[in-house]
Design a protein around this ligand. Structure first.
Ligand code: V4E
Length: 218
């Protein structure tokens, strides 16, 4: 059986369940009122890669280098999209070996020695300043709920409520939890809020952006 379809088997990475929001002026006050702690303030550069046919992103696969680390996000179930209502669910791979085998499968090429040898092109690169908050633990659960307030260097700000889970079975609860937190901090919206990469493409690479819209990826 395909391990990605079986809920309880070990997955190669966590599933990130997330809901983005437009950060209003009161959001930090509301987070404090819920007992959130500022965990860290960090700054990092993300560079995103694809081939000339956009095979990865048109299939909702997002390969990036965050500072010196490679990361790949893809929908947990094959053929599905990561966007689910106004929330998203993506498997996050951080092991280079796992990323290479997933990419070579997707691109239909043999596994090279390293990720650079796929010869992919950078299509977006920007710096994010992130303030990360952690909400107090939910009783009888070890779920960690994190809220990020991001400012990208191209003049765009976005927030996200995020929960990491280990199995597909836990996704439904996590979706409810991120929605509930958005309501509690007063940022709930029915429709998806666009993230940094989509906004970067809309501003700088209109054709790539249009193709993603037409493929229902964003
Ligand atoms: C998955 C995805 C993209 C890659 C960037 O993912 P995102 O979570 O927006 O970035 P970031 O910096 O917050 O990563 P983190 O630090 O949380 O790991 S670009 C587009 N997608 C798909 C997508 C979508 N279709 N709709 C929405 C609302 N978001 C993302």
């Amino acid at each position: 059986m395909n391990p990605e379809m079986s809920p309880s088997l070990h997955l190669p990475g966590p599933i990130e369940v997330e809901r983005k929001f437009v950060p209003g002026p009161d959001v930090e006050k509301k987070l404090c009122a819920l007992g959130a702690d500022l965990l860290e303030e960090i700054t990092f550069r993300d560079s995103y890669y694809d081939n000339s046919d956009l095979c990865l992103t048109l299939n909702d696969m997002w390969l990036r280098r965050r500072e010196n680390n490679w990361e790949l996000k893809h929908p947990p179930q094959r053929g599905a999209r990561g966007l689910n209502g106004a929330s998203t669910q993506y498997m996050e791979l951080t092991s280079e070996d796992d990323i290479i085998s997933r990419l070579s499968e997707e691109l239909g090429v043999p596994s090279p020695r390293n990720i650079e040898s796929f010869g992919l092109n950078e299509f977006a690169s920007f710096v994010t300043r992130r303030r990360r908050f952690q909400l107090p633990p939910v009783e009888n659960s070890n779920t960690k709920i994190v809220v990020d307030l991001d400012e990208a260097d191209f003049g765009f700000a976005v927030g996200e409520v995020e929960v990491l889970v280990k199995t597909q079975e836990e996704v439904e609860n996590a979706l409810q939890k991120v929605e509930e937190i958005c309501r509690q901090i007063g940022v709930y919206r029915e429709t998806p809020v666009q993230g940094k990469v989509s906004t970067f493409l809309q501003m700088n690479r209109a054709d790539h952006y249009k193709q993603l819209l037409e493929a229902n990826v964003i």
